[in-house]
Design a protein around this ligand. Structure first.
Ligand SMILES: NC(=O)c1ccc[n+]([C@@H]2O[C@H](COP(=O)([O-])OP(=O)(O)OC[C@H]3O[C@@H](n4cnc5c(N)ncnc54)[C@H](O)[C@@H]3O)[C@@H](O)[C@H]2O)c1
Length: 316
């Protein structure tokens, strides 16, 4: 039986994806090195719903130091999500980790997939490849952060390996939120700055920056559809956006309304590499994958908040 290989399975999106693939009856092989960039215990708990499944196995290894060809079989699908995400940490010496875990790891995954006759690789790219070009009529790949550059390089590697016959689909995810969101991301930080405790939200800039927010279950749905769509190798990347545009200030108000609490905020200067706005163009994704994001920002935030409260109360 062929398998679904999920790299980055213990991460935010990878754990949801693994869970959904198991629900669909797939045999799932997770790969994750539990990178201590954020707490590995959080990653353990991300996986708690899948580790009991007999159809799930896990390699706790760094992709760079393992032999992927020993795992991959012809016909497998690889969902390649493992990466060093995060725009701010990619500046300065942080770029070495972006290059290593994004560019080098991705090249290794593509090479092994080609060698082993994998059916398709679905690659998690990012809206960060657009940089500040989001509002242009013709959006272009023009990253404004080292992280965005690393993802753009991965997309170019995808083109190169597609040229050698490997079926690769690139998904440009737009600001993903929901239960288990990475601790460095805004919604997670906002809820923690509202819940009792000492955590304060570092508000970079004046809160007018707008994002296209995408609920994690909608991301997972598009990703699985991309793996199973009938098309010949699609070279055009898919924008995967939730159809919700909100400013950070609007999200802050919504978080205060949902929690009934006042946020503890530390004002900070705007951050380099953060575009003022991100906008997904999803017509191609919707038409090709017969997909549409269905979760409203309020619904998604409520689910996010419920799961965060649960994890806080179970850890105290
Ligand atoms: N979360 C978002 O809003 C968002 C937006 C755009 C793109 N993406 C992309 O989606 C993917 C998943 O993001 P996420 O938010 O779930 O991040 P995450 O950090 O929660 O998950 C990534 C996982 O990859 C693992 N990993 C990293 N390097 C590895 C290596 N060398 N070998 C094995 N495992 C390794 C980490 O331990 C981690 O568990 C990433 O590729 C990210 O760039 C995320």
């Amino acid at each position: 039986m062929s398998s679904s290989i999920v790299t980055g399975a213990a991460g935010f999106i990878g754990s949801h994806l693994s869970e959904q693939l198991l629900k669909l009856g797939e045999n799932v092989v997770g790969i994750d090195n539990f990178d201590p960039w954020y707490n590995p215990k959080t990653k353990e708990s991300n996986l708690s719903a899948v580790t009991t499944s007999e159809s799930f196995s896990l390699f706790r290894e760094n992709i760079l130091s393992m032999d992927l060809t020993e795992i991959l079989e012809p016909g497998d699908v690889i969902y390649h999500l493992a990466a060093r995400p995060g725009v701010q940490d990619s500046w300065g010496s942080g770029f070495a980790a972006s290059v290593e875990n994004n560019v080098l790891v991705t090249q290794k995954v593509f090479e092994a997939a080609l060698t082993c006759g994998v059916r398709r690789v679905v690659f998690a790219s990012s809206s960060s490849v657009y940089g500040a070009s989001a509002t242009n009529e013709m959006k272009s790949v023009a990253p404004i952060s080292p992280y965005g550059v690393s993802k753009a390089a991965c997309e170019q590697l995808a083109d190169v390996y597609r040229g050698r016959g490997l079926d690769i689909v690139a998904m440009r995810y737009f600001t993903v939120y929901g239960p288990r969101q990475r601790p460095d991301m805004a919604m997670n930080r906002l809820f923690r700055a509202a819940l009792p405790g000492s955590f304060r939200f570092p508000l970079r800039g004046n809160g007018s920056q707008r994002r296209e927010f995408t609920f994690v279950k909608d991301i997972v749905d598009a990703t699985i559809r991309a793996a199973n769509s009938n098309l010949e190798s699609v070279s055009e990347p898919f924008d995967v956006g939730g159809g919700i545009s909100a400013s950070l200030g609007e999200v802050m108000s919504l978080v205060e309304e949902i929690t009934g609490m006042t946020l503890r905020i530390d004002p900070e200067p705007s951050a380099a590499g953060d575009p003022l706005i991100t906008v997904a163009t999803t017509e191609f994704t919707e038409k090709t994958l017969n997909w549409k994001a269905t979760t409203s920002l309020r619904e998604g935030l409520l689910e996010h908040y419920d799961s965060l409260r649960e994890s806080v109360s179970s850890s105290t």
